[in-house]
Write a protein that binds this ligand. Structure first.
Ligand SMILES: Nc1nc2c(ncn2[C@@H]2O[C@H](COP(=O)(O)OP(=O)(O)O[C@H]3O[C@H](CO)[C@@H](O)[C@H](O)[C@@H]3O)[C@@H](O)[C@H]2O)c(=O)[nH]1
Ligand SMILES: [Mg+2]
Length: 196
């Protein structure tokens, strides 16, 4: 860790109601060499993983649709969002997390995943780092209907759609989740349906 541009880092807990929100006050050395005191509120809810599930034979992908309160509060009509399957690591290894989430949310027991990116979700405010995966599924990997964990009130609709339809949704501005846009574009750029 390189801290020559930082000193006097102090933090104060603002909320640990569910995850952790802290206020950080620190001295930061600007490019000019001047030191300034900055304050940032930082939300820590751990790291996450997401996956684009694709079936080469059927040329389909699996996405999920679920209610997201923060989007409802900011311009997303009924608050439902189409997303990749994703979850929080809960101290799991990213691969193990995304294999677990795939079964919980969409009902497929997959074995192999490929990591494609690692990126901060919202670097100005959250500590969260997202691990991005792609993974192949086939019909015989289906073990349940998915839908999420009832006791956690997860209410997930599983959408299995042709990749071409997902791309049309992207082009028509119907996908409003950055992680989903990233992985659909990854699939386009690297032509994952044709790659061996
Ligand atoms: N009671 C309560 N439950 C919560 C709260 N926040 C989340 N949960 C519960 O925590 C679980 C989170 O489910 P996951 O599938 O593990 O996470 P996710 O919400 O899909 O998160 C994924 O997408 C996020 C982007 O919106 C990512 O931030 C995250 O890393 C991950 O990839 C859900 O059961 C949800 O109800 C809260 O404030 N209160
Ligand atoms: Mg989830």
């Amino acid at each position: 860790m390189n801290t020559e541009h930082l000193k006097n880092i102090k933090n104060e807990l603002l909320s640990d109601n569910y995850y952790i929100l802290k206020k950080y006050v620190f001295d930061y050395k600007m490019k000019s060499g001047n030191w300034v005191t900055q304050m940032r509120e930082v939300y820590n809810r751990g790291d996450g993983a997401g996956i684009l599930l694709y079936n080469k034979l059927k040329k389909t992908v699996i996405l999920v649709k679920q209610f997201r309160m923060p989007t409802f509060l900011n311009d997303n009509n009924d608050g439902f969002l189409v997303e990749i399957c994703a979850g929080m690591l809960d101290k799991d290894h990213p691969e193990a997390c995304i294999i677990r989430e795939t079964e919980e949310e969409v009902g497929y027991r997959i074995k192999e995943v490929k990591k494609v990116y690692e990126a901060y979700s919202s670097p100005g405010v959250m500590t969260e780092k997202m691990h991005f995966f792609i993974g192949e599924y086939t019909d015989n990997m289906k073990v349940s209907e998915g839908g999420g964990i009832d006791t956690e009130h997860e209410d997930i609709e599983v959408l299995e759609i042709p990749f071409t339809e997902a791309i049309k949704m992207l082009e028509n501005g119907l996908i409003h989740d950055t992680r989903t846009i990233v992985l659909l574009q990854y699939a386009q750029i690297y032509n994952i349906f044709d790659a061996s």
